[in-house]
Write a protein that binds this ligand. Sequence first.
Ligand code: TEU
Ligand code: CA
Length: 553
Amino acid sequence: MSTDFRRSTVYQIYPKSFCDTNGDGLGDLRGVIGKLDYIQKLGVDYIWLTPFFVSPQNDNGYDVEDYYRIDPRYGTMEDVEELIAEAAKRGIGLMFDMVFNHVSTRHEWFRRAMEGDPYYKDFFFFRKGKENGEPPTNWESKFGGSAWQYVEKFDEYYLHLFDVTQADLNWDNENVRKEVQKIVRFWMDKGVKGFRFDVVNLISKAAFEDDDAGDGRRFYTDGPNIHKYLKELHDTTFGTDAQIVTVGEMSSTSIENCYRYAGRDTGELSMVFSFHHLKVDFMGNEKWVLVPADFQKLKNIIFQWQTGMAEHDAWNAVFWCNHDQPRVVSRFGSEGRYWKESAKMLATIIHCLRGTPYVYQGEEIGMTNTDFTEISQFRDVESLNHYQILQDKGLSASDALRIVQIHSRDNGRTPMQWDDSRYAGFTAEDGAEPWIGVNGNHDRINARQQLEDADSIFHYYRQLIALRKELPVIALGDIEPMAEHHPCVFAYRRTYEGHELIVAANFYGRTGEWKEAPDLTGFKRVIGNYAEESRPEGGVWSLRPYEASVWYR
Ligand code: TEU
Ligand code: CA
């Protein structure tokens, strides 16, 4: 395991959809333990596990009822300890997912608040409505509808930026911050090597005012005390152990704030996830529409974050996929003839950037979006809410379904495809029906097949991960965008102490000509997704469909 996060790669697991060992149709922690050898083959340094704490599972564990206990559906504390120990034997550290913007309304703190205990009421945001009977502000929940829920017995509303069963915590209350610190230290003592902090830039709320221009996010995103709270968390918990790596999930953030969240010496976090590059198929902030991906915008955003963060000595997490995103091969690549080439091309772009790459379960075998044809197959609360909201706005059921099929978070949550058996090896063939449907293409797309095939997407990821360890220019080099305005080429140069790396990719399924291509004299190809190399001829580089290659000198 590399303890320098700049040289590391992280594998993300959504345990509910990874591997089910007791045949109840839900993935579990023993399933993760059983697949550690598989993960080790990839060569990653860390595993980020999404939440498995006690939870009513209204948001699949992001609604935490008790941070100190394991949801029995996932396993036991002994399983967690064994997982940490078994991973450590393989040189892999565990990163846990800490959801501290909100808790489940079943959490003891919220239950006490609802009993009227003033100490716990102040853990949350209870506010009076407006004179006219409307909620305190016009803010919208990220999952649709008002962000305020009325409580008759107090004649007050509580704030929930996400589901109504996810009540926002009041970080301005020092007692909340102390409780959070206790939880982080508890898991540090168990040997956890890193933390991912869920929507952590939303924890400092500014004024509770109506937003005339939007959904309210400007009043709670990157709020007034955010840097103070992160520094305090750093100083009182993980900052005392230099081995611990942290990543903050930053919702609708600004790059200026991220210089501080993830600056080398700012005393906040190791790195940040930002999402602007994954909104290039939205309309502004509106996700529930169908618009083609804007390639120019995608490059602009990625390059802006790459160079901006580098100039400020701050660190990015780099990624295409997670449990909230559609599958990248369906989104920016191809499910058809060039499925394999496009999956490898997309991997090449991410894994040679400046930042810590994250691989999301199934990405390494090119898993695609769901093949669901009916709304009843979807499980995610966000999808189900918006399916209704779209129809309330006048869309037909079939148009609403089409949008959900493209954008649903369930695209990333179907069971991991281990083999071609009935339930894709996620659960036993005689086990219960998986909690969410298995993609029918597991007969073709599965881990068993790809482990055997030397030319598979899996082995390509393995090589990319190894390359980052071999060539310091990938982990540590500067970055310079190339072909910035080219309509189909994604390319950049990395440099480090006299070493040079050129990454060139064709983002589309037709041949593309790169006219002012770089001179590759003295370079050798270190990886590429076509067996035969191509090089520029007379300054023109003809790149085959989805071709990607990396050149080193
Ligand atoms: O996600 C934060 C978040 O705002 C988005 O990923 C969101 O799901 C999407 O943009 C809405 O369109 C984190 C977790 O990753 C997610 O799974 C949780 O549901 C959410 O926080 C609440 O805890
Ligand atoms: Ca299970």
